[in-house]
Ligand binder design. Structure first.
Ligand code: 7RM
Length: 636
């Protein structure tokens, strides 16, 4: 299947070839998939628009490459192993044959609800196999899915529904996460009071909690499936037709809908999965992400299933019922590759060695991390105690926009280095530019990370607003894709990601725009203005620090802070609640009224040594006042 790099010299060889002749390289990768019709051109692109097309005029359906292609060879092999939140509930095993039947039946259900090729469907579900079935059924009928993380608020859900004018929501009555139950359906009901496009809501029964079902609009999943045929012929899709939209935060207030296409995403998610994790037949792969994030799309669902792999899906959280839950699952299902986020590792590290040392973990071969820079301490803990010194760690750098991993070790084949994503995958050409746009060649350089040549998994547009796609990613450095990340290339040529250079923060591996959080805070009737920055947080990577100017005439500070946190919780969701809030009288601004975030970031970090040039400040006294009040910031 596809190209599998097996040796270090193989990597070097393929890498060089892929950069010299990307078209030959990617067409060789694409050859191993099932196409209804082969492409005319491998790639056509112009980054100045941007206009990016891969496998031009190729026809396919991604689900035929997941289901039909594997039926006769590995039909009875597990496609999905599902581990429930509660360890006393039975796990489920879904074979490729089962998955084929379930996806076909669901495809017929979608057709019966009036879904047509090109329609947008929102999936707002807990981590159950039906979420993957729903995604694949959308792909099969040619509908564009947009999965919304079930931790987002009704308001965030409504915004996404409205942005893509979705026709159907697929959801569940509720969801389990640790000791908590989330009333998912009632959040949907709330969201739908602010939307107009939704015609049908399909509701899976998971918790059995009572829910309101609106006649004519809401249908139970099991009722809709009653008597429905499990044969379905997949819709023929153009390689460049949209496969899905996934909303992600940027430096502006409103999340943008990143669009991925059928052909390129298929090739890229599969190629990177197989190579980075060195998946072999029979292995059990476990990615702990939620399907609501890109990591879940590419490395729980599409990459593994396109490879014919067994993918483990976990409904719960790392610390419930106790902090050995992850490691007990590894032992129970004999997991071979384990992929998680640094924040999860740091939260587990805090419970000490006992929960991990009591587990065997000898099935593990490869460990992976994603979502944020991994600090050396967490890297060593992962390496020594989880991997028992035997397993390579792949620190995978990529983004919602890139569709799959771009810079990462190839497990057991290319070198690893703590806190380094190391080397680009074949077909990926990273370039470092200084702020003036000058290319920094050679080693021991630091600057803005850009990519020079397109790769099949890259975004094509931002839904409904192509200009925004250009402005966000292609306007700063002409002719390059700009990642928004800072990077260092060390003396050996290895890449180390330094974090965002824009107004995006990364909290527990979740991307958040500071403007997005500010907008939510500013909804509070007593708030006059706010400025949000990130600061180093032991477990979350970055915490959220909000400086707020407010009318305090009828509130105590404690009440105001509580209300602000509740406000942000309602508008965005719990992941965006500020960790620290400081009430201030003024914000450091330039004479033109721009907030000097650089100064606020330094104060939030507790670095009061050198604020750089403050001569452009409108009122330098503001800074003194903020420093003096620093200890009043709420800490939770
Ligand atoms: C996959 C994902 C993307 C941002 C990205 C980086 C940061 C991701 C790493 C990382 C250092 C890593 N998509 N990031 N992986 N930073 N090392 N291995 O996370 O769209 O949600 O976030 O996350 O800043 O730009 S994402």
């Amino acid at each position: 299947m596809s190209i599998k790099i097996q040796t270090l010299s193989g990597y070097i060889h393929e890498y060089q070839k892929s950069i010299l002749d990307p078209e030959a390289f990617w067409s060789r990768v694409a050859e191993s998939f099932y196409w209804r019709k082969k492409w005319d051109e491998v790639v056509e692109f112009d980054f100045t628009i941007p206009d990016i097309k891969w496998f031009v005029n190729g026809k396919l359906n991604i689900t035929e490459n997941i289901l039909e292609r594997h039926l006769y060879t590995i039909g009875d092999k597990p496609a999905i192993i599902w581990e429930p939140n509660d360890p006393s509930e039975a796990h489920r095993v879904i074979t490729y044959t089962d998955l084929h039947q379930q996806v076909c039946r669901m495809s017929n259900v979608l057709k019966s609800l009036g879904v047509e090729k090109g329609d947008r469907i929102i999936i707002y579900m807990p981590m159950v196999p039906e979420a993957a079935v729903a995604m694949l059924a959308c792909a099969r009928v040619g509908a564009i899915h947009s999965v919304v993380f079930a931790g987002f608020s009704a308001n965030s859900l409504a915004d996404r529904i409205n942005d893509c004018t979705a026709k159907v929501v697929i959801t569940a009555d509720g969801g389990y996460r640790g000791a908590k139950t989330t009333p998912i359906k009632s959040i949907v009901d709330d969201a739908l009071t602010r939307t107009e496009s939704i015609e049908k809501v399909l509701v899976l029964k998971r918790t059995g909690d009572s829910v309101n079902m609106k006649p004519g609009r809401d249908i139970w999943w099991h009722d809709a499936h009653e008597g429905v045929d499990d044969k379905h012929k997949a819709e023929e899709m153009d390689a460049e037709d949209m496969l899905f939209i996934l909303y992600t935060s940027g430096s502006t207030g409103k999340p943008k809908g990143v669009v991925h296409s059928c052909g390129g995403y298929m090739i890229y998610s599969q190629f990177t999965f197989q190579n980075v994790f060195q998946y072999s037949v029979g292995d059990i792969f476990w990615c702990t992400a939620d399907v609501g994030w890109i990591t879940g799309h590419s490395y729980i669902v599409y990459g593994p299933l396109l490879t014919g792999a067994t993918t483990l899906m976990f409904e719960g959280i790392p610390t419930w019922p106790d902090p050995s839950r992850f490691w007990e699952i590894v032992d129970k299902h004999k997991v071979n590759q384990f992929y998680t986020a640094p924040t999860a590792l740091r939260s587990l590290q805090a419970f000490g060695q006992e929960p991990v040392l009591k587990c065997d973990l000898s099935s593990l071969k490869v460990l992976g991390t994603v979502g944020e820079p991994i600090n050396e301490e967490a890297w060593h803990w992962y390496h020594d105690h989880v991997g028992k010194g035997r397993c390579p760690i792949v620190d995978t750098w990529w983004q919602t926009e890139t569709g799959g991993i771009l810079i990462s070790p190839i497990a057991g084949i290319t070198p690893t280095k703590p806190s380094y994503a190391t080397l680009p995958l074949p077909g990926v050409d990273p370039i470092i530019l200084d702020n003036e746009g000058k290319v920094l060649k050679g080693n021991s350089v630091e600057g803005n990370l850009c990519i020079k040549f397109p790769w099949p998994g890259m975004l094509r547009t931002t839904y409904g607003d192509h200009k925004r796609c250009y402005e966000n990613y292609f306007s700063q450095f002409k002719g390059y894709y700009f990642t928004g990340d800072g990077v260092k290339r060390d003396e050996d040529g290895y890449y180390r990601i330094l974090g965002r250079v824009d107004d995006v923060i990364n909290v527990s591996g979740h991307r958040m725009g500071t403007a997005e959080v500010e907008n939510a805070i500013n909804e509070h009737p007593r708030v006059v203005e706010s400025a949000v920055v990130g600061y180093p947080h032991e477990v979350k990577g970055q915490g959220i620090y909000a400086f707020v100017i407010a009318d305090m005439s009828d509130r105590t500070e404690a009440n105001l802070k509580r209300e602000i946190r509740a406000m942000v919780n309602n508008i965005i969701g719990p992941i965006a609640k500020p960790d620290r809030i400081q009430v201030v009288h003024g914000l450091p601004k330039t004479r033109s009224g721009k907030i000097m975030r650089r100064i606020l970031r330094k104060i939030a970090q507790g670095d009061l040594s050198n604020f750089g040039d403050t001569s452009t400040l409108l009122d330098p006294n503001v800074v003194e006042e903020i420093i003096a009040g620093k200890d009043s910031a709420l800490v939770e």
